[in-house]
Write a protein that binds this ligand. Structure first.
Ligand SMILES: NC(=O)c1ccc[n+]([C@@H]2O[C@H](COP(=O)([O-])OP(=O)(O)OC[C@H]3O[C@@H](n4cnc5c(N)ncnc54)[C@H](O)[C@@H]3O)[C@@H](O)[C@H]2O)c1
Length: 359
């Protein structure tokens, strides 16, 4: 059973809302982890969960993750997330999305939604017909469009910071980088790496994705799968496919000195970060380096401006270096240092709301 009120203070969620609309078939859960820094922002995942419990466990976990990600992205936003239970290919309809939009609106701005697995910018445009608390809309509607642009850019900044830490220079010139998954983010990352003079080797389960990269960058090497990439003679490993890329086996055999990629939840279980540190492998925490996407869509709240958003995503470089410095000072792996830095910002900046304004 998932514990809605949390088993430790870090797991306590401020608010969890169950939403149903029988006619449209909507069954959704919105979770707000905390609003210490501002309204909770996080995407809506549309997924055929086997049952309510699985959906609840996922949304609670994802909402907490967004609180930490938004805090370290320097945003004035708390953490939240939503799930719609169903098969997006079969169950998504205008009525369902608009019903969902009305529930978001009923939260009075405490939760702002965006795209996630199973939802797209076009869906956000539909939801936005019922709610003002929506970002990640299409360019045609003043939105930020495809968030993978700044996600890839942010990962690249995190990788430069990692190279600075390990090699004393941020340049990736002549470094060999292995990219697992060359989808929306991965293929853009390959482009940025090639511009910087890195050698790139990729793998993807989808031959079309590999073909797209090879057409643009014929010099890129291809290996059969993630296991081959992990065993390859590479300097940097960039997981850009699904979560859990770093399990016990991968972390014991990886030849790269740096891990820095876009995928969420790269560590298969707690403890892998320690194994990596013990082998002298620098792990750039996933939620820090992949925050370019949320920075891009959050910019919509001020009226979208790509250059402003890009400037903000550039700061991922400094944040990543700061996390490495804290990790050394406090004798903990970077993943722990990142959590501590996020918690400090939520606590220190969140506290100022207690200053009485006098009117
Ligand atoms: N798109 C964003 O803005 C964004 C933001 C933050 C985090 N992320 C995360 O980054 C990762 C990539 O996102 P995306 O938008 O590029 O997704 P995507 O679906 O476009 O690309 C993922 C790619 O990985 C490939 N893949 C799947 N399983 C694989 C495997 N076992 N081995 C090798 N390749 C495999 C897929 O074929 C696909 O080409 C995801 O984990 C996502 O959660 C994305």
């Amino acid at each position: 059973m998932t514990d809605v009120f949390g088993s430790s203070h870090k797991d306590v969620h401020e608010q969890v809302v169950f939403c149903a609309d029988e006619q449209s078939g909507l069954r959704a859960i919105i979770a707000i982890h905390n609003t210490a820094l501002g309204p909770a922002l996080g995407g809506t995942r549309f997924y055929p969960y086997p049952d309510e419990q699985a959906a609840l466990a996922d949304v609670l976990n994802l909402a907490k993750g967004m609180a930490y990600k938004n805090a370290l992205a320097g945003l004035d936003l708390g953490g939240g997330k939503a799930v719609i239970i169903g098969d997006p290919g079969r169950d998504k309809s205008e009525a369902l999305l608009r019903a969902y939009g009305r529930f978001i609106e009923s939260l009075g701005g405490r939760y702002i939604t965006a795209c996630d697995v199973g939802t797209y910018s076009e869906d956000m445009d539909v939801i936005a017909r019922e709610s003002r608390s929506v970002v990640g809309r299409t360019l045609a509607h003043g939105g930020a469009g495809d968030s993978s642009i700044l996600t890839a850019f942010g990962v690249f900044q995190g990788m430069r910071a990692s190279a600075e830490r390990v090699y004393g220079t941020p340049s990736l010139l002549g470094r060999r980088v292995g990219v697992e998954g060359v989808g929306k983010v991965g293929h853009r990352l390959v482009g940025l790496l090639r511009e910087d003079g890195a050698e790139v080797v990729v793998c993807d389960v989808d031959p079309k994705a590999v073909e797209r990269v090879r057409q643009r960058h014929p010099e890129v090497d291809v290996v059969a799968d993630a296991a081959a990439l992990i065993a390859a003679d590479i300097d940097v490993f960039a997981p850009c496919a699904l979560g859990g890329a770093l399990d016990d086996r991968a972390s014991a055999t990886l030849r790269a000195k740096i891990v820095c990629g876009a995928a969420n939840n790269q560590l298969a279980h707690p403890g892998v970060e320690k194994q990596l540190a013990e082998r002298g492998i620098l792990y750039a925490p996933d939620y820090v380096v992949n925050s370019g996407g949320v920075i891009q869509v959050a910019d919509e709240l001020e009226g979208f401006n790509m250059e402003r958003a890009r400037a903000k995503a550039t700061q991922i470089y400094d944040t990543t270096l700061k996390i490495f410095a804290i990790a050394t000072e406090e004798g903990v792996p970077p993943a722990v240092a990142a959590d501590r830095l996020a918690e400090r910002r939520m606590s220190e900046v969140g506290r100022i709301r207690g200053i009485w304004l006098g009117h």
